[in-house]
Design a protein around this ligand. Structure first.
Ligand SMILES: [Zn+2]
Ligand SMILES: [Zn+2]
Length: 416
């Protein structure tokens, strides 16, 4: 009696294996999705689940295959109609009836991304150049961390013709060069003396292929220049000049595997007009490594007499209170180190139970401003006060400096 139960288990497993997820759900699109949406979804997901990017991850590999299946089914209007009406069962019957079936998911991938359907360095496979860009990031985002995006124009494989360059998908071998892209020409240098020269085929431009009906979007060039949006995750305390690698996101071509896009984070200078909303002092802090710098202006009275407070607003809005009790003098140019109010120190692993964020310091430099105008009554009062205290305990800096009273006669050197 144990045989049937084993076959029952087997049946269940088969059921599981064949019971694929809804194609629309799999691609993260709805039933009204346009052809473009389907392509976009495929582009994103196939890259995400590509086995090269998920080594020894069986789930990702499975997803990669499923995403390709879903794309194949939904990108063809006829099979999409069948799928919409009869679901997976309908497609299965159609493929048994001789319809298209069993595409290699790597083939499909290479139609979108060029190369042999793989990332990285496959032997004998060409790789396109890397691309470098700088993205300006305000200091605030370096301090707090920020999830943002940026846009970049780059070369992409034409979605319309999937990189074939042809409107009808038909590409012929060039009749002029026989598909080699090059031709051998004979030049006569002198009577009877010939030189053989290899030249690029002028008919196909070295492609070895000709297209009768060119794709209307890329005009047969197989690629288009288009603006793409990239997600950018700026980690808290990320160092200036940090480089973030987007694998295989450089210019695409059907002839090679796209190189990497390398994004360098640079600090965007804060502008008084644009970034002064909310009057956050931190916006104008200057950064050097993990430390922040700020100039605070104080009056002569404050510098001399003390008895003041200042509330600096930091980059996340919290307050850093500076103060001096009465009688505490600040010399012009004094630099005060406020510990722990600098940048968060960037750590590879971010925050974790093993590690909490440490901070650099905030260095506040005091600039003392002297009044350049005084009420005449006030001037008299101050003068009198100075005179009184100068006589009692004042010092004469000229007298105390030890400088000579009059001009000094410099010794004249004897002539040799
Ligand atoms: Zn040719
Ligand atoms: Zn095209």
């Amino acid at each position: 009696m144990w045989l049937p139960s084993v076959s029952f288990v087997l049946l269940c497993m088969l059921q599981l294996a064949t019971c694929t997820e809804d194609f629309y759900k799999l691609l993260g699109i709805d039933k009204q999705a346009s052809e473009r949406d389907i392509k976009r979804a495929y582009r994103t997901l196939s890259k995400k689940y590509h086995p090269d990017k998920n080594p020894s991850n069986e789930t990702a590999k499975q997803k990669f295959v499923e995403v390709a299946e879903a794309y194949e089914a939904l990108s063809d209007p006829e099979s999409r109609k069948i799928y919409d009406q009869y679901g997976h069962e309908g497609l299965k019957q159609r493929s048994q009836g001789g319809g298209q079936h069993g595409h290699d998911p790597f083939d499909l991938f290479s139609r979108f991304f060029g190369g042999g359907g793989h990332f990285g360095h496959q032997p004998g496979q060409r790789r396109g150049p890397d691309m470098e860009v700088r993205v300006g990031v305000p200091l605030r985002d370096f301090y707090n961390g920020h999830q943002t995006e940026f846009q970049l124009e780059k070369q992409q494989i034409c979605e319309e013709c999937e990189g074939s360059g042809s409107a009808d998908g038909q590409v012929d071998q060039c009749h002029s060069c026989g598909g080699h892209g090059i031709k051998i020409q004979k030049h006569m240098l002198a009577p009877g003396i010939f030189q053989q020269v290899q030249v690029t085929c002028d008919v196909c431009g070295g492609q070895g292929k000709t297209i009768k009906h060119k794709c209307p979007v890329c005009e047969g060039s197989r690629v288009v220049r288009k603006v793409s949006t990239f997600q950018l995750n700026i980690e808290r305390g990320a160092p200036k000049g940090m480089r973030i690698k987007y694998e295989n996101d450089a210019d695409e071509s059907p002839d090679y595997v796209a190189g990497d896009l390398l994004v360098t984070l640079s600090e965007k200078e804060a502008s008084l007009e644009e970034d002064n909303e909310g009057r956050v002092d931190g916006t104008f802090f200057r950064r050097k490594g993990d430390d922040l710098f700020w100039k605070e202006v104080i009056s002569l009275r404050e510098a001399w007499m003390g008895g003041w407070t200042r509330n600096l607003t930091h980059l996340d809005g919290h307050i850093v209170a500076l103060s001096r009790p009465r009688g505490a003098v600040i010399q012009p140019g004094l630099v005060e180190r406020v510990q722990g109010e600098g940048m968060p120190k960037w750590h590879e692993d971010g925050d974790s139970v093993y590690h909490t964020t440490e901070f650099g310091d905030l260095l506040v430099e005091y600039t003392v401003i002297l009044p350049d105008q005084m009420d005449s009554g006030m001037e008299k009062d101050f003068w009198a006060l100075w005179e009184k205290w100068r006589k009692k305990s004042g010092v004469d800096l000229q007298k105390d400096s030890g400088r000579p009273e009059g001009p000094v006669k410099m010794p004249v050197k004897d002539e040799l």
